[in-house]
Design a protein around this ligand. Structure first.
Ligand code: HEM
Length: 416
């Protein structure tokens, strides 16, 4: 029985079934909030399910580090990567999420100011134009569509690719590659290849693609984000091609599926709570609060790991040096000790200090951009659509890392 629960925690299918997830993680928070977990096929770890414990871990980024284990991977996949041309870790890329200490600070500083609200104001009207374009597309589809597949996936993808300087005709390719990297345990997405194998192939293709973009921005810098990264210097030396490509890859992957999932999941929540939808229509000034509640509700990043550098006691459990800890963000965002009535979607929720964007030095680099996109999209959608309802069963991506709706059938009428 104990064994089976551990297997369930690691099973990607659990993350495609929100009701089952909520049931399991609610009982973990109550009975075994920091649980030693040994699923078949994976190296063991602590499953950390409570809000305060995750904040306690993330606040101490010298005691709990990102290297060498960032997410849950099968032992066979970890070994394949270790044997390959990588750097002897479970992830061959030099990405922000894999870095610690001074190196992380130096790399983060390259783009930190670009992602601040004051700088993002420059692209606000472009994002609003794209939001309008994708709501137009919804109207052009008639009165029914799969919102997740037809709309929610494409809008944040176009925003992030515009920022990275990737032309529109390559959106399909970028979508395929980001999905292979992030959602690669879902059988509908991997078309048979193992998670590790499809991730490895995607990384190779990303490298080939972005290497060309870097060469172009080094020769002809334009002042866009791609140029900022391509021409960045750390301690006086230009960053390597590998570092620059890794930067593009983390922004392309982290900046897309997460926001798509939050938009589709946010709409689904509004459809499941029609009185909240009506309230938002009547009082559009509630949108910023509603967006925070959507983020708490959806929590598309299901976990990240940290590795303990020293002995530590967390909620009475003895953590040994080298132990890894799985920080379960959606569980923290349903924590009964922090959120009032956590299983209710309330657009006016007060003091909504969710950890959907993580916490501490690694807290999401793109959080202001994600909020900007969500506000732009829902503002456009709610002012243009007259009626909207569910038209079938939703389905979620089976991935324990980033997950969200892959199908959301809706029926609607646009305002004349
Ligand atoms: C609703 C959308 C999003 C959600 C829920 C989300 C969530 C997260 C989470 C949970 C983390 C890890 C934080 C931690 O370790 O404490 C993260 C990191 C990151 N996110 Fe986001 N993210 C979103 C959108 C974006 C966007 C639009 C970008 C575009 C730039 C982005 C770029 C990044 C990067 C680069 C990191 C790594 C930061 C670091 O390690 O220093 N994310 N995000």
């Amino acid at each position: 029985m104990l064994e089976r629960l551990d297997d369930r925690i690691a099973d990607p299918a659990l993350y495609g079934d929100p009701a089952a997830y909520d049931e399991i993680f609610m009982s973990l928070r109550r009975d075994d909030p920091v649980r030693w977990t040994s699923p078949a096929g994976y190296r063991p770890f602590w499953t950390v399910t409570k809000y305060q414990d995750i904040v306690e871990i993330e606040r101490q980024n010298d005691k709990f580090i990102n290297e060498p284990r960032l997410s849950l991977n099968l032992i066979e996949d970890e070994e394949r990567v270790r044997a390959g041309p990588g750097r002897g870790t479970t992830n061959p890329m030099r990405m922000l999420v894999n870095m610690d200490g001074a190196m992380h600070r130096a790399h983060r500083n390259i783009t930190q100011s670009w992602f601040l609200p004051t700088t993002l104001r420059k692209i606000e009207s472009d994002v609003a134009t794209l939001a309008k374009e994708f709501v137009d597309l919804l109207g052009a589809r008639g009165d029914e569509c799969d919102f997740a597949e037809d709309i929610a996936v494409w809008f944040p993808l176009r925003v992030i690719m515009t920022i990275l300087g990737v032309p529109r005709q390559d959106d399909q390719k970028m979508l395929r590659l980001t999905k292979a990297i992030l959602g690669s345990t879902d059988r509908e997405i991997t078309s048979g290849a193992s998670a590790g194998e499809s991730r490895r192939r995607a990384i190779e293709e990303f490298f080939a693609y972005f290497a060309l973009l870097i060469a172009d921005r080094r020769e002809r810098p334009t002042g866009d984000l791609a140029s900022v990264i391509a021409n960045a210097r750390i301690d006086g030396r230009p960053i390597s091609e590998m570092e620059a490509v890794s930067y593009y890859v983390i922004i392309a992957t982290a900046g897309h599926d997460t926001t798509s999932a939050s938009i589709a999941g946010g709409l689904h929540a509004l459809l499941e709570y029609p009185s909240e939808l009506e309230k938002l229509r009547r009082s559009p000034e509630l949108l910023p609060l509603a967006v925070e509640e959507m983020l708490r509700w959806v929590s598309p990043v299901r976990h990240f790991f940290r590795t303990a550098t020293d002995s530590y006691v967390l909620r009475g459990r003895p953590i040994a040096p080298g132990d890894s800890l799985m920080m379960c963000y959606p569980s923290a965002n349903r924590d009964e000790d922090v959120f009032d009535d956590p299983f209710r979607f309330k657009i006016e929720r007060a003091q909504n200090r969710h950890v959907a964007f993580g916490f501490g030095v690694h807290q999401c680099l793109g959080l202001h951009l994600a909020r900007l996109e969500m506000k732009a999209f829902f503002s456009e959608l709610l002012s243009r659509v007259d009626h909207i309802e569910l038209a079938g069963e939703p389905a979620w991506i089976e991935s324990s890392v980033v997950s969200g709706l892959k199908h959301l059938p809706i029926r609607y009428a646009m305002r004349k």
